[in-house]
Design a protein around this ligand. Structure first.
Ligand SMILES: [Zn+2]
Length: 200
């Protein structure tokens, strides 16, 4: 059953790609550096489509995605490359309402993984494993960067990026929360203030 579902998805993706290739046009000649000189760090949530909510076409901007849209070491690695080698000068940190990263803590996911690697379920009493075999203790070495308050997580990440020694002072960083019910980007004033370019 699972295999069947997977191969169906594989078929759908390759079919969609054929259609994309047909209408690819002259995009093969786009330059490597993003034409609009900005980058977005946002969550991997399937409901978020940065190309649509921020009006991007191929070649416009860098989009860095991870669980939560957090300023992890690896997200910062990408942002440094984005500016230093590819010329972006404005960065957005965009978290969102109803984020899955608000639904657990490091302790909870470590406890679940310790007993089983299979997908867990959630109900009113919290997360539960459906089986309890084949787990691993390795999650104790992973910081999952969960979120307890969205405005705080956006601000914390903008501050972390702005204060990073490899991020120059003249990069503007903006902090927003995407509302999954309306599609609107909501400003997080404290984050954007923290991300502003200091007056010289
Ligand atoms: Zn999310």
């Amino acid at each position: 059953m699972e295999t069947q579902v997977r191969s169906q998805v594989l078929h759908e993706v390759l079919t969609a790609n054929e259609a994309y290739v047909e209408s690819f046009g002259d995009k093969g000649s786009l330059p490597l550096p993003p034409g609009r000189h900005f980058a977005i760090l946002t969550c991997m949530d399937a409901r978020l489509d940065p190309a649509k909510y921020a009006g991007l076409a191929e070649g416009d901007a860098h989009v860095i995605r991870n669980a939560g849209g957090r300023a992890s070491d690896d997200a910062i690695r990408s942002l440094i490359i984005s500016h230093k080698l590819l010329g972006t000068t404005e960065w957005f940190v965009i978290h969102h309402t109803d984020c899955g990263m608000e639904l657990f803590t490091d302790d909870i996911i470590r406890g679940l993984l310790k007993k089983s690697l299979k997908t867990a379920t959630i109900d009113a009493s919290g997360w539960r494993n459906v089986t309890e075999e084949g787990g691993s203790d390795e999650a104790k070495f992973v910081s999952f960067l969960t979120i307890s308050n969205l405005a705080d997580s956006v601000t914390e990440d903008v501050e972390r990026i702005k204060s990073h020694p490899l991020v120059p002072a003249d990069i503007a960083v903006y902090g927003y929360i995407y509302d999954v019910r309306t599609g609107r980007l909501i400003d997080v004033p404290e984050a954007t203030l923290a991300g502003a370019i200091a007056e010289s």
